[in-house]
Design a protein around this ligand. Structure first.
Ligand code: SF4
Length: 367
């Protein structure tokens, strides 16, 4: 497949077009069309300068470049109207999820960075499906354009991004950072870096690299357990990057960037939601500039765990707050649209497989 114009940053678009004999103003127009206006077909813009139109027609029809806009194969609103989950089909038929969540006065999109995931967290539908491939920068940015179009139709704006969808963002570091260079560019989508959160299961080299490069995004680390033994049972990546190493990288991140880290703790009844667990988290995070975000488990068919009772969540919250940590309990959103990452894609695959199996078995029935 030819390279995609969607994968290019502003500087790369400018370099490409000037090398092709066009002017920087043409690069600005192309960038404005693709990244500010979110147009899928730049040739549909009637006011394109003739040299830019000619170059685009030749580059796209001659196969030097492509523009690959994913097709929306499913777009499901939750019954409370606050969450919308879409499945986007990529050129190789891989499907990824993008979620739009509405909060008081703001909208947030939850973005996928890989098809599948190699990290294998046991409670996660994406982890249960395994790793397929990394997404390219343009495939990551396409999800933001999708969310912008959906919200623009309702007269609303996208303000925040969380990289918490399918995949581990720091396992696809370069593509995610290039996508963010595109997304935060002030003459394009222009989402402020402080409105972007990158969530990791604890990929230590990625955390260290974020700190070294001084990337201005928020960092969320999924902790879920306060001992290697307990964490290893639900987060297999802990075997590669154990807690001591992870927390060391977090301390370095705090020190080098001066930024607070958001630690996510998925509350699973009887597994990690006791008052003793809460006291151990507080001890583990002692000295770090940390905010703890408690997340009620989204049940998945591949994992038997259940969400904690409200009383257990409230007590956990109280203990962390009295230990001096800012702590929040995440609102449950979009349960009826399979809002946990990977759940919608997994449900669609099961229902397609079910239809295929039903078709196959009825074909075996005597006429
Ligand atoms: S929780 Fe995140 S890192 Fe873990 S398997 Fe799911 S997508 Fe991957």
């Amino acid at each position: 497949m030819p390279p995609s114009l969607h994968d290019l940053t502003f500087d790369q678009v400018t370099r490409l077009l000037t090398e092709e004999g066009l002017r920087p103003a043409h690069a600005k127009t192309l960038w404005n069309t693709l990244q500010y206006r979110s147009m899928t077909d730049p040739l549909a813009r009637p006011d394109l300068a003739p040299p830019l139109r000619r170059w685009l027609e030749q580059a796209l029809s001659g196969g030097a470049w492509t523009l690959d806009t994913p097709a929306v194969t499913s777009d499901v609103p939750s019954s409370d109207g606050l969450t919308r989950k879409a499945l986007l089909k990529l050129t190789d038929a891989q499907e990824i999820e993008t979620v739009i969540m509405g909060y008081e006065g703001r909208h947030t999109a939850c973005i996928s960075t890989q098809a599948g995931c190699a990290m294998g967290c046991v409670f996660c539908a994406t982890g249960q499906m395994g790793f397929v491939r990394h997404l390219r920068p343009g495939e990551i940015v396409a999800q933001v354009h999708h969310a912008r179009r959906v919200l623009a139709d309702e007269g609303k704006h996208l303000r925040n991004l969380v990289f918490m969808g399918m995949g581990e963002p720091l396992h696809n570091y370069d593509a995610v950072m290039t996508a963010l260079d595109i997304i935060t560019h002030t003459s394009g989508i222009n989402i402020g870096p402080s409105k972007v959160s990158i969530s990791t299961v604890g990929v230590v080299p990625g955390i260290r690299r974020l700190a070294e490069e001084g990337r201005p995004y928020n960092l969320a680390v999924s902790l879920h357990a306060a001992s290697d033994e307990e964490r290893g049972a639900i987060v297999p990546a802990n075997a590669k990057w154990p807690l001591a190493e992870l927390l060391d990288a977090c301390r370095e991140y705090n020190a080098r960037t001066g930024r607070r880290i958001f630690f996510a703790w998925t509350l699973i009844a009887g597994v990690n939601d006791s008052p003793e667990h809460a006291r151990r988290v507080a001890a583990l995070l002692h000295g770090l500039d940390a905010h703890v975000n408690l997340i009620p488990l989204n049940r998945t068919p591949g994992y038997a765990g259940e969400e904690s009772a409200d009383e257990a969540a409230d007590e956990f919250h109280r203990i962390l707050q009295s230990a001096g940590f800012p702590c929040t309990i995440r609102q449950r959103r979009g349960i009826d649209v399979a809002a946990g990452c990977g759940q919608l894609r997994a449900e669609k695959q099961r229902s397609r497989a079910g239809r295929t199996a039903a078709g196959a078995s009825s074909a075996l029935l005597p006429a």
